[in-house]
Write a protein that binds this ligand. Structure first.
Ligand code: GLP
Length: 240
């Protein structure tokens, strides 16, 4: 399970193992995780190493210790600042998690009036419609339905969409992403989305619509995202 030859320190590997199990719900919220002794035996490492991994997750707020009782799982939500324009891949990377996607649908469509207006398109212009399920360490976090002008993103394909869209836009296309506007709402999940997100019905979800612009002022995407409310907490700093 652990790679002893790896340059990644053992405590980091154990930390990742625990994190994955917490996010996958195998160590449920409020329940004790295996004891330090059990983990020491399981991984054949020193108690110090196990303790270091646990301490790191305690500091991150994923676990808490109770004297004489053990170590417990706290809420497993990720904190997502609403102040920076980042990609899903970057967001997960910065938390030590691996982002992956499942492409549910990819097609060219004639957009409705709303998308057309938001992307400032003329009537004849088509858009790519992309639906992706976004995973963090293999746990479904969100569904993203994106609309991108074909005229701007010509050549977009399924292979590109398996990786980061923003990396493609910035590195391969050399477009400069500038800013976005977002609108957030609460809703109840529908049957299909519940299946994609692996959550029960009824469950609350958070939806965000983002319109993103290049530095030239041209809007390049409208994205409707559906976030698991048990996995996300949105934060922002406000000033007077
Ligand atoms: C976030 C945003 C989307 C954006 C996506 C790009 O999730 N809400 O608007 O399209 O990131 O992510 P990536 O570059 O990982 O494909």
């Amino acid at each position: 399970m652990l790679d002893k030859q790896s340059t990644v320190p053992m405590y980091v590997q154990i930390e990742k193992y625990l994190k994955r199990h917490i996010l996958q719900g195998e160590f449920p919220v409020g329940k004790a995780i295996p004891s330090e002794r059990e983990l020491t035996e399981q991984f054949d490492v020193s108690r110090m190493t196990v303790r270091q991994a646990i301490t790191s997750l305690v500091n991150e707020g994923m676990l808490y210790r109770e004297k004489g009782r053990g170590t417990f799982v706290t809420a497993t939500k990720v904190e997502q600042p609403l102040t920076r324009l980042t990609s899903f891949t970057e967001d997960m990377f910065s938390r030590g998690m691996k982002a992956s996607n499942r492409l549910v649908s990819f097609k060219i469509i004639t957009p409705d009036k709303d998308i057309q207006a938001k992307l400032q398109l003329s009537q004849e212009e088509d858009v790519y419609q992309v639906i992706r399920i976004r995973y963090a360490d293999n746990v479904p976090m969100a569904i993203e339905k994106s609309y991108l002008p074909v005229s701007l993103m010509e050549g977009l394909n399924e292979k590109i969409l398996k990786e980061s869209l923003y990396a493609y836009i910035e590195k391969d296309r050399q477009f400069a992403i500038s800013h976005a506007t977002q609108r957030m709402e609460a809703a109840l999940v529908n049957k299909e989305d519940a299946m994609h997100l692996d959550i029960s019905i009824p469950s609350a979800i958070i939806t965000i619509e983002r319109i993103s612009f290049l530095t030239t002022g041209i809007p390049f995407e409208v994205v409707r995202s559906t976030y698991r409310s048990d996995r996300y907490k949105f934060t922002s700093e406000i000033r007077r």
